[in-house]
Write a protein that binds this ligand. Structure first.
Ligand SMILES: Nc1ncnc2c1ncn2[C@@H]1O[C@H](COP(=O)(O)OP(=O)(O)OP(=O)(O)O)[C@@H](O)[C@H]1O
Ligand SMILES: [Mg+2]
Length: 269
């Protein structure tokens, strides 16, 4: 597969973007002004300590929040109101417990794409169930699914309306190490095939290097960009074996040095 070309157009641009919240009379600066440009079809992984503004950053791209300073643009235009070009897998699992896996997957089509007929909806749900490996479990309710299966339902629900960009907030955080690798592998395949742009938040530096084209390390709150590195390992990647490559070890060591300081600062140990 060809690498992401520097010639591809810019998809998302953060220019001097800062965010301050006011909570019951107290100011909380979540993000210091940051600059970051994400190209079309690029997979950018964001890592940083808890509370450094990673979810805030995704909320700004989704149009759920407005910056306190600077501007966020999508395809060159400021994000104003909800950004329907992006699919958002939020940090909290928001599956509807009273709907089956299939009906959860179809919910975004029902809400956003009213022109899609019932028959087409059923067809697209079936294709999604197949794509994320949930065959046989489509009629199960969320409470009857494992954590990994619930994540697959959430991923399918986000992909079904074919967004060109994916925002993912710690999607695999709660999964065991083996399942994480399987999900990373599937995600890489799906986003490459569909030529998607991805902003992927994770606490796991190894995961960020394994699937990112670029890794951005944030400082503790208020978040600012502490380091950015390209990952030039070719795709498709073997997310398991690449951990033994020289480039992976070098990047892991370099970026861990940056991240470690920030994580230590945020603890009382
Ligand atoms: N809607 C909000 N109202 C008030 N404060 C908020 C809001 N959203 C986030 N914050 C504050 O902004 C800071 C950054 O929060 P954010 O959720 O972006 O961090 P994060 O990097 O995603 O953390 P984590 O890794 O724990 O998910 C925190 O101090 C948080 O309390
Ligand atoms: Mg978060």
């Amino acid at each position: 597969m060809e690498p992401v070309s520097a010639a591809l157009p810019e998809k998302i641009n953060f220019s001097g973007v800062g965010k301050t919240f006011f909570v019951r009379g107290t100011e909380v600066q979540a993000l210091q002004p940051i600059d970051l440009a994400v190209r079309a079809r690029e997979f950018v992984a964001l890592v940083g300590p808890s509370g450094c503004g990673k979810s805030t950053l995704l909320n700004l791209v989704a149009g759920l929040l407005q910056p306190s300073e600077g501007s966020v643009t999508y395809d060159g235009k400021p994000v104003q109101g909800l950004n329907f070009r992006v699919g958002y897998m939020t940090q909290k699992d928001t599956l509807l417990p009273w709907r089956s896996a299939a009906d959860n997957i179809g919910v975004s089509l029902e809400l956003h794409c009213r022109s899609v007929s019932k028959a087409e909806r059923a067809e697209r749900i079936a294709a999604m169930v197949d794509l994320v490996g949930l065959s046989g479990f489509e009629n199960h309710f969320p409470g009857e699914l494992s954590g990994g299966m619930r994540k697959r339902v959430a991923l399918a629900r986000t992909l079904i309306y074919e967004p060109e960009t994916l925002l993912m907030d710690e999607p695999f955080g709660a999964l065991d190490a083996q399942l994480k690798l399987v999900m990373q592998d599937q995600l890489q395949r799906i986003t490459q095939d569909r030529k998607m742009t991805v902003l992927f938040v994770t606490h796991d530096l190894g995961e960020a290097i394994a699937i990112g084209d670029r890794v951005v390390v944030f400082s503790g709150r208020p978040g600012r960009i502490r380091a950015i590195r390209d990952v030039t390992l070719p795709r498709p990647r073997d997310v398991f074996r690449m951990r033994f490559s020289e480039e992976f070890s070098r990047l892991h060591e370099e970026l861990w040095d940056e991240l470690k300081d920030e994580v230590v600062k945020g603890t009382d140990i």
